[in-house]
Design a protein. Structure first.
Length: 112
């Protein structure tokens, strides 16, 4: 039997299912009252006037790259241990991802 290394375990509870059912029962699946409430909550937690919901994590990363005016020829440090969007959102703007990672010296065989 193959062993699997779980990277993320979803946690979906009854309240989550209830809220999704409310959205599905409504007139708007996207950009409706739940999205507005989410944006306001994110802004409040971040201490900002506005928050913006995106269709995906990739879209959010791309929006951040645009907001920071990262572009043609810029080099940006990112991790190689990530979803491809971490690099793609830079490539969309013709920036160059530079992959950097860390190594725990104690994790090497023979080290103390």
């Amino acid at each position: 039997m193959k062993r699997r290394v779980p990277l993320a375990q979803p946690s979906i509870g009854d309240r989550d299912r209830e809220l999704v059912a409310q959205v599905l029962a409504g007139d708007t699946l996207a950009m409706g009252p739940f999205a507005l409430s989410f944006e306001e909550g994110v802004a409040r937690v971040a201490g900002r006037r506005f928050g913006i919901a995106c269709s995906s994590g990739t879209a959010g990363l791309h929006l951040a790259v645009r907001a920071l005016e990262i572009g043609d020829g810029d080099e940006v440090i990112t991790t190689p241990f990530s979803f491809v969007a971490s690099a793609n959102c830079l490539l969309y703007e013709r920036a160059r991802p530079v992959f950097v990672d860390i190594e725990d010296p104690g994790s090497r065989p023979g080290s103390c």
